[in-house]
Design a protein around this ligand. Structure first.
Ligand code: GRF
Length: 218
């Protein structure tokens, strides 16, 4: 349920550094994203993103997948907490686990993921290296709704960057991170503003298909 003050109730799921989480925290603090991060959940207790959340006064929880019998049990425990907290939007920000179809169905149309490639190119891991090895001229990042298929749900926003001669996976990753930090908060703000609709597997903004690059956060 939307928060009493009209803010979108968000949970952010992470596994690591949490720079995307930080970008959301910052945009929320600046009033550019009308959301409340009600909880940050990590499957790794050592994830630095948990520290970022604590510094921002956001409640945290660790769900260590090694302590659950299987994915189904893990996802049930996760879903129970999210439902109890009336979370409206689940944001996967570097959450390195694949969610079960049961979980995805429970939060249908309410889970988004940030992925470091121009989907549908390079689903899965090592996207920067793969883009370089393929001789691609450009690379980028995508935010998409989560479906049962890995990194394949309807795309909300993408942004591209050129691959420069001499780029390494690390240099590329750095520049991709910078655009991720813009497009993930933007996608959340569109959802908070109820401007997105999924139609025939495509995402419409204000009822229309939009230029791939989207609009800046204002
Ligand atoms: C990002 O590159 C994101 O696209 C991928 O995992 C990385 C997370 O980075 N899914 P961070 O933890 O937000 O810094």
């Amino acid at each position: 349920m939307t928060e009493p003050d009209g803010k979108l109730a968000v949970a952010v799921l992470i596994s690591g550094n949490g720079s995307n989480l930080q970008a959301i925290i910052d945009r929320v603090a600046e009033g550019k994203v009308n959301a409340r991060i009600k909880i940050v959940i990590s499957n790794e207790s050592g994830a630095f993103g948990l520290e970022r959340a604590r510094r921002a006064g956001i409640p945290t929880k660790v769900f260590d997948h090694r302590q659950y019998e299987d994915r189904g049990n893990y996802d049930n425990a996760l879903a129970a907490v999210l439902e109890e907290m009336s979370i409206e939007l689940v944001v996967l920000a570097g959450f390195m686990r694949i969610l079960t179809p049961g979980f995805v169905a429970r939060f249908a149309g309410r889970i988004i993921n940030i992925h470091p490639s121009l989907l549908p190119k390079y689903t899965g891991l090592n996207t920067h290296q793969r883009a370089i090895s393929a001789g691609d001229q450009e690379h980028g990042a995508s935010v998409h709704f989560v479906s049962d298929e890995l990194d394949a749900g309807p795309i909300i926003i993408q942004r591209r960057i050129p691959i420069e001669p001499g780029d390494t996976p690390e240099s590329l990753q750095q520049r991709v991170h910078a655009i991720e930090h813009e497009i993930l908060p933007q996608a959340i703000q569109w959802i908070a503003e109820k401007r997105l609709r999924i139609n025939g597997g495509r995402v419409l903004l204000d009822g229309a298909q939009r230029p791939e690059q989207g609009l800046p956060v204002t």
